[in-house]
Design a protein around this ligand. Structure first.
Ligand code: ZN
Ligand code: FE
Ligand code: FE
Ligand code: ZN
Length: 274
């Protein structure tokens, strides 16, 4: 047992993940993780039903069954806490629709993700061509503005993949330090955590989300941090956690967050190795 959790785990309901939920749990057990939490993609609540692409998120009618299956897994695996989470898109101006979509399920935590800038699903490989027409610095500002608004919305416990805009390797030309300061301040002010996600290592950018400078700024401003793989297949659970621990240490973090019933507690990182 190593006291660490992996809170960002998908299921095939989202249309782009593989494996059974049991396989994800078994992988967590075999790594000796202390907790696992599912956080599949919430249905695309802000779009009319006919525009909700099945390859991006679960259909709306599967949400109750998703919740039930997580709760049922707890009975099957009493040896590891299994948390109920969800990954929800933040769409500015649609906060009430999102609150409604989340309903009153017994969430342990809700992830806020910015995957859309306007109508553009900018992290979708299908739409990557559009970066060529963008002013990258302006794009970074628009992206992080949405992250800040999402954090301030009060809807989320954790912001997912905080610097996702870098996914395909597009880097700001201007110094992003002022932006990073603003984002960290917004998270700190809102009491929202950030995740250290190893998923970025498996993307063209080849870097943990958030990158070292942004993570250090979060640490400096006292933003709590959780750990995650953003697994879309069972073998990705807990992946590269040694590198995540190194990134946390370099940024100055001494503890990580755990979630239960939307309440956050802190676990010391002292003496944990992977
Ligand atoms: Zn996904
Ligand atoms: Fe995401
Ligand atoms: Fe995810
Ligand atoms: Zn994700």
């Amino acid at each position: 047992m190593n006291r660490l959790a992996d809170y960002h785990i998908h299921t095939p309901r989202c249309g782009h993940a593989s494996g059974t939920m049991e396989q994800y749990v078994e992988q967590a057990l075999s790594l000796g993780l202390a907790e696992i939490g599912f956080s599949d993609h919430l249905f695309l609540y802000w779009l009319p039903r006919e525009k909700r692409e099945a390859r991006l998120a679960m259909p709306e009618e599967q949400l109750p069954e998703y919740v039930e299956s997580v709760l049922r897994l707890r009975e099957r695996y009493p040896q590891i806490p299994i948390r109920l989470g969800i990954e929800a898109d933040y769409i500015a101006g649609r906060e009430d629709d999102l609150r409604m979509a989340l309903g009153d399920y017994p969430w342990d935590y809700v992830y806020g993700s910015v995957h859309f800038i306007g109508e553009w699903g900018f992290d979708d490989p299908k739409h990557v061509d559009r970066y060529a027409n963008e002013d990258i610095d302006a794009l970074y500002r628009r992206y992080f503005e949405l992250v800040k608004r999402g954090a301030a919305s009060g809807i989320f416990d954790v912001m997912a993949h905080l610097d996702l805009v870098k996914k395909f390797g597009h880097r700001a030309k201007a110094d992003p330090t002022p932006l990073y300061r603003e984002v960290a301040a917004a998270l700190a002010q809102a009491g929202v955590a950030v995740e250290v996600s190893t998923a970025g290592l498996r993307k063209p950018v080849g870097e943990i989300y958030p990158g070292p400078d942004l993570l250090a700024e979060c640490a400096r401003q006292g933003v709590p941090v959780s750990m995650a793989s953003d697994s879309h297949s069972p073998g990705e659970v807990g992946k590269d956690y040694d590198r995540a621990l190194a990134a946390l240490a370099a940024a100055g973090y001494r503890e990580v967050a755990r979630f239960q019933g939307r309440r956050r507690t802190a676990i010391s990182l002292d003496g944990i190795v992977m």
